[in-house]
Design a protein around this ligand. Structure first.
Ligand code: DOR
Length: 425
């Protein structure tokens, strides 16, 4: 049994905000009340959380653990450790591994290994076989094997007929299809905002905003027609946010993710941090960053997802065009949200935490994201007044972060998954 005393609880699902004690028994919250005293009914660990805030364990719907195939960057275990350190207790993995997650045996093997970890790990399966965009996967078999949703994240689904097929499966199976929206026919070099000052300085044409806008326009229209649960991944343009806002009026099952890097940085970061700020879709303008924040504030975007994309130092050390896109995010996401969303007053703490807990849980049907008696005891305890400096070593196997050296607010003190302390600082 675990007794947490004197925490200030934020539970966005119920709207609870206030001082409370929480008793955890057999992996679940057994009592939540202003004052709980030990009753001597068994061995008990007590955490005095005076001065700390509590929230449901965070949920990331978009992380790359690179397992199988690229485990020199990350594996299931190091990814889970990075997640726990960042306050996450549930993570949905992306499917651009090697082999990719397009068949039941690969998914089954991954999920079996994921169950050995101390936080809850789920995985998407692909939309198309081999992520080649030519033929769809067996959606029903993969759903039966436990796929959390379907995605070819990393590459767009260019063929509208295949996407139509996927959206029908999404409706039938009630599982999200999530899409990387960058029309590759419009991209000269990826990872940098097309036409912007950073691209100009590097002599590159880059990935123009139209590459995202055209695909989002096509795909939200298709999802409206199909009534399908659709996720627009890592949205990067103001026009994209507006398209999602309009489409959600007709189909509220359309959702969008904002990443911490897209709400924290602009393309200028490429000039400061080089390949560490190379990411797909690219960091764009201050107007786009503000539109994403506004979208989070008004509920157009209701999921914050990390797109945790580890890469090895020697890979990121290559010239800009050759270096892979992506940055790690699990260990910095929470603090970046406090710094860039909550502290400036764009979002309340409750709104911010909803984007990291009950909103993604509802969309992906996870039994998580709420602090209530009987619910799984997934919890994060954090100190909102303390700060820390982003530095190596990370719990992640990789350290490709453009935030290295920055001092950020908010320190995760405890992460508790299934009633067990899985991270403590
Ligand atoms: O920058 C990115 N890196 N964006 C993606 O969508 C994929 C990711 C990766 O897998 O490295």
């Amino acid at each position: 049994m675990l007794l947490i005393k004197n925490a200030f609880l934020y539970d966005p699902a119920s709207g609870t905000e206030g001082q409370t004690d929480l008793l955890i028994r057999d992996g679940r919250f057994s009592r939540i009340a202003p004052q709980i005293d030990p009753d001597g009914s068994g061995p008990l660990q007590i955490i005095d959380a005076a001065g700390l805030c509590a929230a449901p364990g965070l949920i990331d719907t978009h992380a790359h653990f690179r397992d199988p195939g690229f485990t020199h960057k990350e594996d299931i275990h190091t990814g889970a450790l990075a997640a726990a350190k960042g306050g996450y207790t549930s993570v949905i993995l992306m499917a651009n591994t090697k082999p990719v997650i397009d068949s039941v045996p690969v998914l089954t093997d991954l999920l079996a290994r994921a169950r050995q970890e101390r936080i809850h790990l789920y995985s998407c399966a692909n939309v198309t076989l081999g992520m080649q965009g030519r033929e769809t996967v067996d959606f029903d078999a993969l759903a039966a094997a436990g796929a959390a949703g379907f995605t070819d994240d990393g590459v767009p689904v260019m063929d509208a007929a295949l996407l139509e097929h996927a959206l029908q499966a999404a409706v039938r199976l009630d599982l999200p299809v999530s899409l990387h929206e960058e029309d590759k026919n419009l991209i000269a070099q990826n990872g940098i905002n097309g036409g912007g000052p950073a691209a100009q300085a590097l002599g590159l044409t880059g990935s123009p905003r139209e590459a995202e806008i055209t695909l989002i326009r096509r795909d939200v229209e298709m999802a409206v027609q199909a009534g399908a649960p659709l996720c627009i991944q890592h949205i990067s343009t103001a026009e994209g946010v507006d398209l999602v806002r309009q489409a959600r009026k007709q189909n509220p099952r359309i959702h969008a993710e904002a990443t911490p890097h897209h709400f924290s940085l602009t393309e200028d970061a490429v000039l400061r941090c080089g390949t560490l700020a190379k990411v797909n879709p690219p960091l764009r303008t201050e107007t786009d960053r503000r539109a994403i924040i506004e979208g989070l504030a008004n509920g157009t975007i209701d999921i914050i997802a990390t797109d945790h994309a580890p890469h090895a130092d020697n890979e990121k050390a290559q010239p800009f065009v050759q270096a892979p896109s992506g940055m790690i995010g699990l260990e910095t996401a929470f603090s970046l949200g406090l710094k860039n969303l909550v502290q400036p007053g764009h979002l309340t703490m409750r709104q911010f935490l909803a984007c990291l807990t009950c909103n993604p849980a509802d969309f992906y049907h996870l039994d998580a994201g709420r602090v209530a008696e009987g619910a799984p005891a997934d919890l994060v305890l954090f100190d909102p007044e303390a700060s820390w400096t982003v530095q190596k070593p990370f719990a992640s196997r990789s350290s490709n972060s453009p935030f290295l050296g920055e001092t950020l607010p908010g320190v995760i003190r405890y992460t508790i998954a299934g009633g067990e302390v899985v991270y403590e600082r």
